[in-house]
Design a protein around this ligand. Structure first.
Ligand code: PRX
Length: 647
């Protein structure tokens, strides 16, 4: 048995930001956001410089968010062209494939320029123009980054759909943004198995309600079913187009991408990020939070299908001229040492992952870590959910060897970049705390019911943000009212994060988790409503209610209460069928962990399901069910409790 090192990592010496500089910069960012962000905006190149910096309102009434609104730029030019003179031959992307025996690739900035330019011309050949939407459904291969940057180069708006999502989910997103094109590959190798991506697209296309083409990148070389006039091989067009594609001049507020994410109600919404403010924010946070220095090798293990991959695999690092690692595989293939093998092989300096991965690897024992040389590591990061102390300690002891600061970064798809995190040269770490607001971020703790601001330290409530920052989402694609309603109507004049938080005696922030009907499963965000609607779409199901419950590895598991149609018999076989059904409807990440038959659901007299009670039952916490007397039929609770034991 190895005992945990109790050593807390010291602050990084010579960091971009030390404690005094943090205090000074933070104060300046809050006192005069125009001056602060006006200065920070200069970190990227503008075609036409901005004269206005901030033009934002959180209401009540009009909600609008604009940054650098009269400036023009191109994101791809910022991520590629401007580095060519100084670092054309430096590696931009290290690609580590799924199979450890397959060669890794080092793609230089010069090569990136060529690949992205050619990809952009392929898109043009297919008729994609400025403002058109392009869905990307690819494995974690360099072409995913090329496709994103190619869209940015010609002013098309990309929307990446995680390759683990089902054909139905893909079709819904393609319809949602009326994508003109979907970019996919024949197959996607992952963990030694292959996902049939092109097949999934074929199925999705049956439900796409407008004309769309399909561009296919060759990854596995497998046979795929083909639809003439709709499907095209990337290689066929790439062979005849040039790699020279001038960047389109974009307004700072033109959309850069749409990313669908789950909320507490309805279907996933298209979060819209724009060009100028997003890039400034992604690039600044990448440099400061990870203390990125020239030549460092940075590895964010997320998938580009999530916002973390957008901001910290592609846009933030490349805007900074960094070396960014893209990993196609999974942490446990060929064994639970893969992450550490890759860190050793590529001499990774900053490593950024999710608590769920740490917990899964922790369960396999420290030998998998200890056999690798991790001396290149300088800093570790965590994202996606609160990191529990056991996981933090293990990460610190076995991976960081007690010497790498761990930045626990709290943020969201909506925020574009880090919102709260300790900075590694400035803040003594507290395991499990996101600690400090980033520059320009103004967190407030509100009393949940009254919405009153809770002042002082040692307090808890819901977390809102009092003012805008450049990386903030601008709207929900095609539905600005939904944007206003979702984020600005519960607590007037503030952006509501959906998270609860505590401000401790020292004024440090701790995120306590979602306070709405969003659950966090293995760092993947899911609306309980989505799983419910998948369940009730099955002919055997009359009603369903879904809640999260504590899960040792996933953080939260998916607990489903299902009421069957009167003529259905509750069997284990049917449970399995329903579970597979949800998996098919949404994707493997939504597969229920527990299905409990519920002859009735606890409802108020007005018919509202009392999820609070269902959550407690799922947690096996029957002592604090609260007042059940307002229920239409309180006896259903006893029945659910009696059945709980059988799960
Ligand atoms: O509940 C918070 C949790 O993840 C939610 C955002 O999920 P998503 O939009 O998918 O983005 C994930 C990656 C940025 C938040 O509302 N969350 C994210 N990071 C943390 C966290 N909770 C606690 N600590 C974190 N570091």
């Amino acid at each position: 048995m190895t005992t945990d090192t109790q050593t807390r990592p010291s602050l990084l010496p010579d960091a971009h930001v030390d404690a005094a500089r943090y205090d000074q910069m933070y104060a300046a960012s809050i006192a005069d956001p125009d001056a602060f962000w006006g200065e920070q905006g200069k970190r990227i190149d503008w075609i036409k410089p901005y004269t206005k910096v901030k033009n934002t309102s959180f209401g009540p009434g009009d909600v609008h968010i604009k940054w650098y609104e009269d400036g023009t730029l191109n994101v791809a030019a910022n991520c590629i062209d401007r580095h060519l003179a100084t670092r054309g031959d430096q590696t931009a992307i290290i690609f580590e494939p799924d199979e450890p025996t397959d060669p890794a690739q080092h793609i230089t900035y010069n090569q990136l320029a060529e690949n992205v330019g050619r990809f952009a011309n392929v898109l043009k050949e297919l008729g994609v123009r400025k403002g058109d939407r392009v869905v990307i459904y690819l494995p974690m291969i360099p072409e995913a980054a090329y496709a994103m940057l190619a869209c940015a180069r010609i002013g098309a708006v990309h929307s990446i759909v995680f390759a683990g999502f089902s054909p139905d989910a893909l079709a819904a997103r393609m319809n949602g943004c009326e994508a003109k094109l979907v970019i996919t590959s024949d197959g996607a190798p992952r963990g030694g198995r292959v996902t049939e991506l092109k097949d999934n697209v074929n199925k999705a296309m049956l439900h796409v309600t407008h004309d769309a083409k399909c561009l296919v990148v060759k990854r596995t070389g497998q046979q795929v079913a083909w639809v003439q006039d709709r499907d095209v091989w990337y290689d066929d067009i790439a062979a005849r187009v040039s790699s020279d594609c001038p960047p389109e001049e974009m307004n700072a507020e033109d959309p850069l991408f749409i990313l669908y994410t789950s909320g507490s109600t309805g279907q996933p919404k298209g979060v819209v990020h724009t060009t100028g403010g997003y890039l400034v924010y992604a690039s600044l946070t990448h440099q400061m939070t990870f203390d990125y220095k020239d030549g460092d090798i940075f590895w964010c293990t997320a998938d580009v299908g999530w916002v973390t991959g957008h901001s910290y695999i592609v846009y933030g690092p490349l805007a900074n001229g960094a070396i960014t690692l893209m990993f196609e595989g999974v942490p446990t293939y060929p064994d639970a040492g893969r992450f550490w093998a890759v860190c050793e092989k590529h001499k990774v300096n900053q490593f950024y992952t999710a608590p769920t991965a740490i917990r899964a690897l922790m369960g396999k024992g420290p030998d998998y870590v200890n056999k690798y040389d991790l001396s290149s590591l300088k800093l570790l990061g965590s994202v996606g959910e609160p990191i529990n102390p056991e996981a933090w300690n293990w990460y610190n002891t076995h991976v960081g060897k007690g010497r790498c600061p761990i930045v626990d970064t709290w943020w969201q798809t909506e925020t574009g970049g880090h919102m709260m995190t300790p900075l590694p040269g400035a803040h003594e770490l507290k395991p499990g705390a996101a600690q400090k607001p980033f520059f320009g971020v103004k967190p407030l703790v509100l009393e949940p019911t009254s919405g009153e601001v809770i002042e002082g330290n040692g307090v808890e409530g819901v977390l809102v943000l009092a003012d805008s920052w450049p990386g903030q989402m601008r709207t929900v694609w095609g539905d600005h009212d939904r944007f206003v309603k979702t984020y600005f109507s519960d607590y007037k004049g503030y952006y509501f994060s959906g998270d609860g938080c505590r401000r401790d005696a020292d004024g440090d922030y701790w995120i306590t988790g979602r306070v709405d009907d969003v659950i966090n499963v293995s760092g993947h965000r899911m609306g309980t409503a989505e799983v419910e609607s998948a369940l009730v779409a099955h002919e055997a199901v009359s009603e369903a209610a879904v809640v999260g419950y504590p899960h040792p590895i996933k953080g939260q598991g998916i607990y489903c209460y299902v009421t069957l149609m009167a003529d259905e018999t509750p069997t284990d076989e049917l449970k399995k069928k329903l579970s597979d059904w949800v998996r098919e409807e949404i994707g493997p990440i939504a597969k229920p962990d527990v299905i409990q038959w519920a002859p009735g659901l606890p409802k108020t007299r007005s018919g509202k399901i009392m999820r609070r009670i269902l959550r407690k039952i799922a947690e096996n916490d029957f002592g604090s069910l609260g007042d059940t007397s307002t229920l239409a039929d309180p006896s259903v609770v006893d029945e659910l409790i009696a059945n709980r034991a059988k799960q």
